[in-house]
Design a protein around this ligand. Structure first.
Ligand code: NI
Length: 225
């Protein structure tokens, strides 16, 4: 399941983050690539833990914590600090699958259940640079407005097509979900969306209470903390 989360950052926050990122020192993205990734990866990255990465990372983390749609779709347990990449002049990241295990700054290892890309360039400012994701029902092409985020299972093959004009700046990060199974998480998300819709139309309907209870009982069955 791919979920697009609109307006994670406001236009003002996108402008602020771009100001910080554009003034920062970028390095060759291959230094953080795994064995297989190094052959297909051609981009620039902010060094993880650099002052600019931390500063913008905090803005993004605060925005994510306040975002109900993100929380419902991801059910996050651990979120890795946001990282940043930039593509220009034909740069690309060929087809790959992200590594299964990553390490939090405190040394704790987490399983990557979901991959996130937060777009920080307006689509009209660059050509190419589509994120193409192999989903259960075929290949999906994603190119979202600045400030919007796409959430997709880390088990998916994906690529970033060459950027042939302008520059594509994005934040990317991974998270371990409380619900490991993509199918279980999709059921909970669909159920939550339906309950919210029903509750908005008919807040006192007794079925809203029953269905909310069922949602939590399913979450209790499937959550690993
Ligand atoms: Ni990737």
């Amino acid at each position: 399941m791919l979920v697009a989360i609109p307006d994670v950052l406001t236009a003002a926050q996108v402008a602020e983050t771009r100001k910080i990122l554009d003034a920062a020192e970028w390095v060759d993205g291959r230094i953080t690539a795994g064995h297989q990734g190094a052959h297909v990866k051609d981009n620039a990255q902010l060094p993880p833990g650099s002052p600019a990465a931390r500063q913008v990372g905090e803005i993004i983390n605060n925005a994510l914590r306040a975002n109900k749609l993100f929380m419902s779709a991801a059910l996050p347990l651990h979120v890795l600090p946001p990282m940043f990449n930039s593509y220009e002049g034909g740069q690309t990241f060929g087809t790959h699958i992200d590594g299964a295990i990553r390490v939090l700054p405190n040394g704790q290892r987490i399983r990557t259940d979901l991959s996130c890309t937060l777009f920080l360039s307006a689509p009209e400012d660059y050509d190419g640079g589509e994120l193409t994701i192999e989903d259960t029902y075929g290949s999906k092409t994603v190119k979202l407005p600045a400030g919007h985020l796409i959430l997709y299972p880390s088990t998916s093959l994906h690529q970033v097509t060459p950027v042939t004009r302008g520059r594509r700046v994005a934040s990317f990060f991974w998270l371990q979900s409380m619900v490991r199974d993509n199918g279980h998480r999709a059921i909970l998300y669909d159920m939550d969306v339906a309950i919210q819709r029903l509750g908005a139309e008919n807040p006192t309907h007794p079925s809203v209470i029953s269905l909310t209870g069922l949602y939590h009982n399913l979450l209790r069955q499937w959550a690993e903390l």
